[in-house]
Design a protein around this ligand. Structure first.
Ligand code: ASP
Length: 352
């Protein structure tokens, strides 16, 4: 038996050697190598096979929450799995971002980050435990959202110059709402305060959804909110919009002047929301999510829903993960000089 096995083995070796020589002669190995080099990356195991959670870093009803619900409705259908939206509030959105960095990088926990969590929060929290570039796998830009400066209806101001004048005359009484240090509402209004030397008392909320309710109720005087959150209340007259932070007026609020038209050209900000996964998420998962997101952004229903709230859909060349990395890097540099908000005008003073 042993002999037979040994001779079989020798035959097999000879045979393999002959085949190899034949392959080399025919150039098959070269073809094989070329085929391997040009084959697209391995598809990977099926994804998704169960429900996906998207973490929203602010309270329900705010702009991030609204945008997330609009887009995930489509993503869920496209990916064939349920998407659970989880609101994780606190610390201007950074609590949620930290949670996302600690999640398994398997595509089943994602974060709807934004200009705050991936930009201005770094200026607000110098000891932030995550790096917005290195600790995430960017999926893609979801929407751009200009910021509105809105005031409670009873405040006797009609434009930005009025607000600046009024606040200097009533410095002890003017109160600004925001969604936590480092959030979009906080960073953008801190910028406005710096430009206009406004020194308000500040009140933090778990998102601009509840902050806007406080504004409507007259419990605070003004705030800066992404258009997708504030526009419906501006249209109903529950709050007054003094200016929009974009270069052009929004088609959905054509009567609201740009900050430049209102005499404050340096108040120019374009906020945004984007989808992120934890770093280490497999490439095929990132690709799948990015493709599904692109599909959602081309869907007429999604475009109508975001557009009717003043959201601006990213163009095709702004939708790649690498384009989002560039946006995050620019945002971090832009807000760095604002440094600690406590040191900025209006810092920690809280209205009693
Ligand atoms: N966008 C946040 C929200 O959805 C608030 C903020 O960043 O200002 O409430």
């Amino acid at each position: 038996m042993n002999q037979i096995r040994a001779s079989d083995a020798a035959d097999m070796r000879r045979c393999r050697g002959d085949n190899l020589r034949r392959l080399l002669r025919g150039g098959y190995l070269g073809l094989l190598a070329a085929a391997i080099a040009t084959t697209p990356s391995v598809a990977g195991p099926p994804y998704p096979v169960r429900a996906i959670t998207v973490i929203v870093p602010f309270a329900a009803g705010g702009p991030t929450d609204v945008v997330t619900h609009i887009v995930t409705g489509h993503l869920a259908k496209r990916l064939g799995q349920q998407i659970i939206v989880e609101n994780v509030v606190g610390a201007g959105g950074t609590t949620a971002a930290i949670r996302a960095t600690r999640a398994a990088p398997d595509g089943y926990t994602l974060l709807m980050g934004h200009m705050g969590t991936h930009g201005s929060a770094l200026a607000a929290y110098p000891q932030l435990v995550y790096d917005p570039v290195k600790d995430f796998a960017p999926i893609g830009m979801v929407v751009r959202t200009p910021v509105l400066v809105v005031v409670r209806p009873g405040l006797p101001v009609n434009d930005l110059a009025d607000l600046i004048r009024y606040s200097s005359q009533h410095a002890e009484h003017i109160a600004m709402a925001h969604a936590g240090f480092g959030s979009i509402s906080h960073a953008t209004c801190t910028l406005l305060n710096t430009i206009g030397a406004i020194q308000p008392a500040t009140r933090a909320f778990q998102g601009t959804g509840p902050a806007l309710k406080a504004l409507v109720a007259g419990r605070v005087d003004y705030m800066c909110d992404q258009i997708v959150g504030a526009a419906p209340r501006v249209k109903t007259g529950e709050v007054k919009a003094l200016a929009i932070s974009s270069v052009r007026r929004s088609p959905i609020l054509p009567d609201v002047p740009t900050a430049a038209e209102a005499g404050v050209p340096s108040f120019e900000v374009s906020a945004w929301s984007a989808l992120f996964a934890p770093k280490g998420t497999p490439q095929h998962v990132v690709d799948r999510l990015n493709a599904a997101l692109g599909h959602a952004l081309d869907d007429p229903e999604i475009r109508r829903a975001l557009g009717s709230l003043g959201g601006e859909i990213p163009l095709a060349d702004e939708r790649s993960p690498s384009s989002l990395t560039g946006q995050v890097q620019r945002e971090v540099s832009r807000w760095r000089p604002l440094s600690r908000p406590e040191a900025a005008p209006g810092g920690e003073r809280v209205r009693q």
